[in-house]
Ligand binder design. Structure first.
Ligand SMILES: Nc1ncnc2c1ncn2[C@@H]1O[C@H](COP(=O)(O)OP(=O)(O)O)[C@@H](O)[C@H]1O
Ligand SMILES: [Mg+2]
Length: 345
C-alpha cells in the first residue's frame, strides 16, 4: 500500500519551471477573502466501491492560506476524498474543484501547483535526502540547483542528515523528507495525508512545527488525521468525518463550544462514595472510572462550583478542572472514543 501510494503521489505532481523562493507570504490567520474563489470547493461528493460508500455526499470549501483538517477514524473516507482532490480517483458523483479547476477535467493545468504527501509515505531506502529531493524534482522535469536542494532540506530541518541514507533516518525524519519532496514544485496547495501517523510524540511535535511553518508562508494545507489533538492544535477549520459523511464542521474552538459541554471539574478517585456525597449536595455528577465528573457549562460558574465541591468531605486523590477538547466533541457526535484511528467503546 505504501509503495503504491508513493507512486500515486509521484504521478500526482509535476512541478513548474518557476524558480525557488520561499518568500510568498499569506495571511497567518487562515481567514478568507469572501469574494475570492475557494482553493478547494467540494459539493455533494460521493465515491462508491460496489456497496461501500467510501465518500457519501460531502461538501466543504477551503479558503486560500487555510489549514483545513479532515479528522476521522480509519475507513472514514479521508484518503478517498484527498485522492479525488489530487486527481487520482474519479468521483462517483458530485463536484470537486481545486484551484478553480474541475478535478475530472482540468487537472493537468494545476498538477504543478499542488504538493502531495501520500499516506504511509516512505522514501527510497538507498537514497540520501540530498539525492532524493534532486531525483524527485528530476522525475517531474525540473532541475534544482544544489542551493535549491539544500534550501528545501534545510526547510524541513534535515540539514545535518542530508547525506544519510533514508533507511538510516528516523520515522520522523523520513516523513520530513517526504514533505521536502512534496515541495519541489513550490506548491500553493499541499495535501498531507496522515503526516504524523505512527510517529512518536516528539517527532509528531517536530512535524507540527514544520506544518505550521508551511502555513505561515501562505501555503494552503489539507491535512488528514485521526489524532484529535493534531487537528485541535493545527487546523483553522475541521471537518469530522465518519462513514463517508461529514458529521460536524467548524474551527476547533467553535466545535468545542457547540458540542463540547464547556468545562468540567474532576474529583479524581472519589468513586461511588464521592458520587453519593456530591449528589447529596444537589450537584449533577457522573462517575467516569473511579473519578466523579461535574460538568460546568458556564465558565463564570467555575469558582462557585469548585468551592462547593472542595467543601464536601469525601476521600479523593485530587481535584482538577478540565476544558472540553475535540475528544469530547468527537465522543458526543460519534458516540465512541477514537484511539490510534480505531473507534472504541
Ligand atoms: N480501492 C478501493 N476499493 C474498495 N474499497 C475501498 C478502496 N479504497 C478505499 N476503500 C474503502 O473505502 C472506505 C474509506 O477508505 P479510506 O478513504 O482509505 O478511509 P480513511 O483514509 O479515512 O482511512 C473504507 O471502507 C475502505 O475500505
Ligand atoms: Mg487514509
Amino acid at each position: 500500500m505504501s509503495r503504491l501510494s508513493g507512486l500515486k503521489g509521484l504521478r500526482a505532481r509535476r512541478p513548474s519551471n518557476q524558480s525557488f523562493s520561499w518568500g510568498h507570504r499569506g495571511r497567518r490567520d487562515g481567514g478568507g477573502d469572501p469574494t475570492a474563489e475557494p482553493v478547494i470547493d467540494v459539493r455533494g461528493l460521493t465515491k462508491h466501491y460496489a456497496d461501500i460508500k467510501a465518500v457519501d455526499g460531502i461538501s466543504f470549501e477551503v479558503e486560500k492560506g487555510q489549514m483545513f483538517s479532515l479528522l476521522g477514524p480509519n475507513g472514514a473516507g479521508k484518503t478517498t476524498t484527498v485522492e479525488i482532490l489530487e486527481g487520482l480517483r474519479d468521483p462517483t458523483s458530485g463536484e470537486a474543484r481545486v484551484l478553480g479547476v474541475d478535478v475530472r477535467k482540468g487537472y493537468g493545468k494545476i498538477r504543478n501547483r499542488v504538493g502531495v504527501l501520500p499516506q504511509d509515505f516512505e522514501p527510497f531506502d538507498r537514497l540520501k535526502p540530498r539525492e532524493a529531493v534532486a531525483y524527485w524534482a528530476h522525475l517531474f522535469d525540473r532541475t534544482l540547483t544544489k542551493e535549491e536542494v539544500a534550501g528545501l532540506i534545510r526547510t524541513v530541518g534535515l540539514a545535518d542528515r542530508a547525506d544519510t541514507l533514508a533507511m538510516n533516518l528516523s520515522g520522523g525524519e523520513r516523513r520530513r523528507l517526504g514533505i521536502a519532496m512534496s515541495l519541489v514544485g513550490k506548491p500553493k496547495l499541499v495535501f498531507l495525508d496522515e503526516p504524523t501517523t505512527g510517529l512518536d510524540p516528539g517527532a509528531r511535535r517536530e512535524l507540527w512545527g514544520l506544518i505550521r511553518q508551511l502555513k505561515s508562508e501562505g501555503t494552503t494545507i489539507l491535512l488528514t488525521t485521526h489524532y484529535l489533538d493534531e487537528a485541535e492544535q493545527l487546523a483553522d477549520d475541521v471537518a469530522i468525518m465518519n462513514h463517508g459523511k461529514i458529521v460536524a464542521r467548524g474551527s476547533p474552538a467553535d466545535l468545542i463550544a457547540k458540542h463540547g459541554q464547556g468545562h468540567s471539574i474532576v474529583l479524581a478517585g472519589a468513586g461511588e462514595d464521592g458520587l453519593s456525597a456530591v449528589r447529596a449536595r444537589g450537584v449533577v455528577a457522573e462517575l467516569q472510572g473511579a473519578d466523579v465528573v461535574v460538568q460546568v457549562p458556564l465558565a463564570s460558574d467555575m469558582r462557585r462550583m469548585l468551592e462547593k465541591l472542595a467543601s464536601i468531605d469525601t476521600p479523593l486523590n485530587e481535584i482538577y478542572t478540565r476544558r472540553a477538547s475535540l475528544e469530547d466533541v468527537f465522543l458526543n457526535l460519534v458516540g465512541a472514543r477514537m484511539q490510534e484511528g480505531v473507534l472504541a467503546a
